[in-house]
Design a protein around this ligand. Structure first.
Ligand SMILES: NC(=O)c1ccc[n+]([C@@H]2O[C@H](COP(=O)([O-])OP(=O)(O)OC[C@H]3O[C@@H](n4cnc5c(N)ncnc54)[C@H](OP(=O)(O)O)[C@@H]3O)[C@@H](O)[C@H]2O)c1
Length: 374
């Protein structure tokens, strides 16, 4: 069974349906992004959020893609693509005896498993690109922190608890890739990844909440920075690294200190066309007194003040990646595309959102704030 248009719409890929001949390819040619050599690309993963965008970007540039996964997540998404079924944990057999030019590892969380695939593939690929995360950094105390920032140290070398040690485990994954494919690897450290198909709702919360209108809680005074990478910009940069043999470690986020929470709410208001929005900016201290924390309850949000370990989490430098060709589309494009994609989702996916304040909690804090002010 081939992929249906509905699948594409739900995963936010409708715009690349005609990528081989359409505007995407035309733009790529204009910018010299069409590679001289088609690549055979293996993706370890490929079917949740970022993987599908990588697949379609690769295809639009004339590359051939093979997927390796367990066949559990969106199994019917890419029936036009060879999918090798296995499990990173103990069943890599389907990869044996095969060769590819490059591998993209989007599903590596444990160094033991990343080590297994890196060792198996070291003679089967020329280049290993590992999707890491900004979570590798232990603190964000300086603005414009680059790739030399302090890394997390794994406190319990036996543990494989990804929820608890996500960042520290990613550090170890990076190391095993670097050791196993020395000089033939690229490590990308994305921040929050945004765009159509995002299953986390961390970015989605803000434009969607604005679009719903009414009395809305917003943290601080609007001047705190936001930073993310659009999944399509990330996919384009991944291809560029593979096509041009760009190795090394790169933060992958939009420019630092360039976009604020105030910008997000205003852009979302204009793009969504909402008429009855009333934004209530509430100081952090009051929010915390009422059990509302940055990041956990207010996704993709981190205040600059009071100064703390994470103050500059959204003021990371991606200068190295921009030098190598990372591009950042306009924030308004990401917001507009997320809102358009959101409208295509079934009601049970849209409510409740997977991140952000519940309707009840927001109303409760707004009522407490109104009382405080009166
Ligand atoms: N979302 C963000 O904001 C964010 C930020 C920074 C970094 N990242 C990084 O982005 C990556 C995740 O992106 P994604 O989930 O959207 O990637 P994806 O490639 O679209 O989906 C994950 C893939 O991994 C496969 N998979 C999971 N467990 C597997 C196993 N044991 N063996 C083989 N295949 C397996 C899944 O298929 P099956 O289930 O069928 O096996 C699925 O195809 C991670 O590396 C994460 O650290 C994400």
């Amino acid at each position: 069974m081939g992929i249906g248009r509905r699948d594409f719409v739900q995963l936010g890929l409708a715009g690349v349906l005609t990528a081989n001949n359409g505007p995407v390819a035309a733009a790529a040619r204009l910018y010299g992004e069409i590679p001289s050599r088609p690549l055979d690309i293996l993706i370890l993963g490929g079917t949740r959020f970022i993987g599908p965008h990588m697949v379609r970007e690769a295809q639009s540039r004339g590359h051939t893609v093979t997927l390796f996964n367990r066949g559990k997540t969106n199994p019917d998404l890419f029936s036009d693509i060879e999918t090798l079924i296995g499990d990173r944990d103990g069943n890599l057999q389907a990869l044996e005896g095969r060769r590819w030019d490059v591998v993209i590892d989007t599903s590596g969380y444990l160094p033991r498993l990343v080590g297994d695939s890196a060792r198996l593939l070291t003679n089967a690929v020329e280049h290993y690109l590992f999707i890491s995360s900004m979570a590798v950094y232990s603190s964000f105390t300086t603005r414009f922190m680059d790739e030399s920032g302090p890394l997390r140290i794994m406190p319990d070398t036996e543990s494989e608890e990804v929820n608890e040690y996500y960042g520290a485990l990613k550090v170890l994954c990076e190391q095993v890739v670097q050791e196993t494919l020395s000089g033939r690897n690229t490590i990308l450290r994305p921040g929050i990844i945004a765009g159509p198909g995002d299953h986390t709702d961390r970015f989605n919360y803000w434009p969607v909440r604005v679009s719903r209108g009414g009395h809305m809680l917003a943290p601080g005074n609007g001047s705190d920075f936001m930073q993310w990478v659009d999944v399509r910009d990330l996919a384009q940069f991944v291809m560029r690294c593979l096509e041009r043999n760009i190795t090394g470690i790169y933060n992958a986020v939009r420019p630092a200190a360039a976009y604020t929470m105030g910008d997000m709410i205003e852009d979302s208001r204009v793009i969504s066309g909402v008429k009855d929005l009333e934004v209530e900016w509430i100081p952090l201290e009051f929010l915390q007194q009422h059990g509302v924390e940055p990041w956990d309850d207010l996704p993709a949000y981190m205040p600059l003040s009071p100064p703390g370990d994470f103050s500059h989490m959204f003021a990371i430098s991606s200068a190295a990646a921009f030098t190598k060709g990372l591009r950042a589309r306009a924030a308004t494009e990401t917001i507009a595309d997320v809102l358009a994609w959101w409208q295509t989702l079934p009601e049970e996916r849209r409510n409740p959102m997977r991140a952000g304040l519940s309707v009840e909690k927001e109303a409760e804090v707004l009522a407490a704030w109104a009382k405080e002010k009166s």
